[in-house]
Design a protein around this ligand. Structure first.
Ligand code: FAD
Length: 484
């Protein structure tokens, strides 16, 4: 029996495992998904093998929101954009205030964050303003004309000039995902990562987890395993689902997330976007309002899905000139809207629902207009806004603004890939964990992933998840909290 059994091999689970191993504990990780070995995937193969529910996880409400997350060894880090950025100091300060403790905004946290960044970001990619993808360059040129603040980002990629398809598996090895670093270190230190193994039950005895039931994803065979200490690192939606389904708590906190609104743009002539649409730079002019503009993946089959509602002649025309196109993303942190994660006792099913608050709807309209202006400044001749059933193409700013002004909330096409704080590490009455990540009323169940972030990061979360988890493990060790 290992000292620690971890559910999930993504950002949180991998960071926890390595820190525990480096401190002499034994660790086993059970991962529901497959082991990705850099196979070349079609979009469909990638979605089916690496994404939860083939990429379709709906938050029901108005409008419906689709949340994407990884389900494979490495979790969402295998399919993500590889942006490795620290969280803004203002947010870290806010979190310390929430916690009433100097945990986030201190030298040690920043030191750990830098060390993790060094492991993930290849040396030749660090803070180099000149490394720029073709699509980021288009956005940056337009932002310069408006004097907007722009900044390069650290990327876990060793090559930008590739025809990549990282959301569906990066087959050319250019992505430095966790299988290339953390998972090797974990195995070298004697840790195990067991794939295709979904934890379906957590069996309790009094105030402790005693066993877990694991289902093999291929054979559907189930087996029980005894455990000493259990760490839930199943991600922002699955950790709370495991808690509710196993009656470890009868509630969880509201889920925070970022909203993505994407604009498809076409130019007069061929542009280079299709060669490299990695996100190398952000427009950060509106960062303090929780808004970032950036390039987004531009891959042929994805464009086809954007053109769903077009007449077939239009689709043919667009696809013939796909080399003239690109996609930009407006990432917005909602100020008022969150999602509810609730269990229906009748069906023992956990559902996620949300409603877009009117004030966040106004925020979306405001920033969609600003990005639309940038896109036309960059020379786009026609654009498609992220509106459901929107077969109308906008060929001018006035036309696009008119469409935004008359938009109904239920017609927005919003997606999200960053979610957090559904089991928040805060100091309030409604928290389900204490300041050590220990689940209340249990002596051996810990939470270590994005679900415990105190609130919305407003920033790409992976680096902060990994830093927070490592420091939390250290805090438990320093305070002799682990019972092994
Ligand atoms: C498409 C996409 C792009 C993104 N881009 C970026 C980016 O550029 N930069 C950035 O910082 N962040 C990005 N993110 C977000 C970032 O990857 C996540 O915030 C981070 O990985 C969350 O870490 P986690 O440990 O909470 O969950 P995950 O990394 O998702 O890991 C959870 C793991 O638990 C496993 N699991 C769940 N339930 C069970 C179970 N019952 N039994 C066994 N295993 C289970 C899952 O299969 C998964 O592998 C992106 C995410 C996506 C999906």
């Amino acid at each position: 029996m290992s000292d620690f059994t971890i559910i999930g091999s993504g950002a949180g689970g991998s960071s926890a495992a390595l820190e525990l191993l480096e401190n002499g504990y034994s660790v086993e990780i059970f991962e529901e998904g497959i082991n990705y070995n850099n196979e070349k995937n079609s979009v469909l193969q990638g979605l089916m093998s690496l994404w939860r529910n083939n990429g379709i996880n709906l938050f029901h409400g108005s409008p419906i929101l689709n949340f994407g997350e990884g389900k494979c060894v490495g979790g969402s880090t295998i399919i993500n954009g590889g942006v490795i950025e620290p969280t803004n100091e203002k947010i870290l300060e806010l979190w310390d205030n929430i916690l009433d403790e100097n945990f986030f905004l201190n030298d040690e946290f920043i030191k750990i964050s830098n060390e993790i960044k060094e492991k993930l970001v290849p040396e030749n990619q660090q803070d180099d303003d000149n490394l720029i993808s073709s699509s980021s360059e288009i956005l940056l040129e337009a932002a310069k004309k408006k004097n907007y603040i722009t900044k390069s980002t650290n990327l876990a990629f060793n090559n930008l000039r590739v025809n990549h398809n990282s959301p569906f598996g990066c087959s050319d090895n250019s992505k430095n995902s966790l299988d290339k670093n953390y998972h090797i270190f974990i195995k070298n230190k004697g840790g195990t990562i067991i794939s295709n193994s979904k934890v379906v039950d957590i069996i309790k005895k009094e105030n402790a987890a005693e066993k877990i039931t694991i289902e093999n994803n291929k054979t559907k065979e189930k087996k029980e395993i005894k455990i000493k200490n259990l760490i839930l690192s199943a991600g922002p939606t699955q950790t709370p689902k495991l808690i509710l389904k196993n009656n470890l708590s009868n509630f969880v906190n509201n889920l925070n997330f970022h909203m993505n609104l994407k604009i498809l743009c076409f130019y007069e002539n061929e542009i280079e976007s299709y060669k490299s649409s990695l996100l190398t730079h952000h427009v950060r002019e509106f960062e303090k309002n929780g808004v970032l503009f950036m390039a987004s993946n531009y891959i042929k089959p994805l464009i086809a899905s954007y053109l769903n509602f077009q007449k077939s002649d239009n689709i043919t025309e667009f696809m013939e000139v796909y080399k003239n196109g690109t996609i930009f993303n407006c990432q917005i942190q909602p100020n008022f809207s969150t999602a509810n994660i609730k269990k229906s006792n009748l069906l023992n099913k956990v559902n996620i629902s949300w409603n877009l608050d009117e004030r966040d709807f106004l925020k979306i309209k405001k920033y969609l207009k600003i990005l639309t202006e940038l896109v036309f400044i960059s020379g786009a001749k026609k654009i498609l806004l992220p509106f459901e059933n929107n077969s109308a193409i906008s060929r001018s700013i006035d036309d696009a603004f008119n469409k935004i002004d008359t938009l109904k909330k239920k017609h927005l096409e919003i997606t999200s890939v960053h979610a957090m704080s559904s089991c928040s590490l805060n100091n309030g009455d409604k928290n389900i964990i204490n300041k050590f990540g220990l689940l209340k009323n249990f002596k051996n169940i810990y939470l270590m992933d994005s679900s415990i972030m105190p609130s919305n990061t407003g920033q790409h979360p992976q680096l902060t998840v990994m830093t927070m988890v490592k420091k939390l493990i250290q805090k438990n060790i320093e305070n002799k909290k682990f019972k092994v």
